[in-house]
Design a protein around this ligand. Structure first.
Ligand SMILES: [Zn+2]
Length: 160
């Protein structure tokens, strides 16, 4: 995986810009046409809240190319929406491996752990999300997001 020349963060081949600092990725490779088409189809299903179809389509994308961050991220969210939290967590962990600096990934992992009754894991993930959120250029409305993480963190701490 290429490393950002500006901030040293990990960048996937198919990301035009560094997710950490927004710098242009000099190793950027556009997706192959068939993969892009499969990804578009998955995205379209996801946006229409057709989560069964979306999950299937994202799995097809991953079979074609296992390094596409958004495929894992939205596969995880689709599975979570279908109530398959265990599978969702696995997909989100794969997303975390591709983009370890992503605050939203850790926020989602925290939430999934919470749903699974793992409050220790939830707390660790929320704490990581909070740490990353303050430095993530991708996080819009940063303050609101940070507030949300703190609220969840407070709630899981009640569980000990
Ligand atoms: Zn960077």
């Amino acid at each position: 995986m290429p490393i950002c020349t500006k901030c040293g963060g990990l960048v996937s081949l198919h990301e035009e810009k560094c997710p950490g600092c927004g710098e242009h990725n000099t190793d950027y490779q556009p997706l192959a046409e068939d993969i892009q088409r499969a990804l578009d189809e998955a995205t379209s299903n996801y946006q229409q809240k057709k989560y069964v179809l979306a999950a299937q389509a994202y799995q097809e994308v991953i079979a074609l190319d296992p390094e596409i961050f958004s495929a894992y991220f939205f596969l995880a969210d689709s599975l979570q929406n279908l109530g398959k939290t265990g599978d969702a967590k696995q997909a989100m962990q794969a997303a975390a491996a591709l983009r370890p600096g992503s605050a939203p990934v850790y926020y989602n992992l925290g939430y999934m752990n919470e749903c699974l009754g793992d409050f220790t894991g939830a707390r660790a993930a929320y704490e990581q999300a909070l740490k990353l959120a303050e430095n993530d250029v991708n996080v819009q409305n940063n303050k609101d997001f940070i507030k949300r993480i703190k609220k969840q963190l407070k709630a899981v701490k009640k569980h000990g």
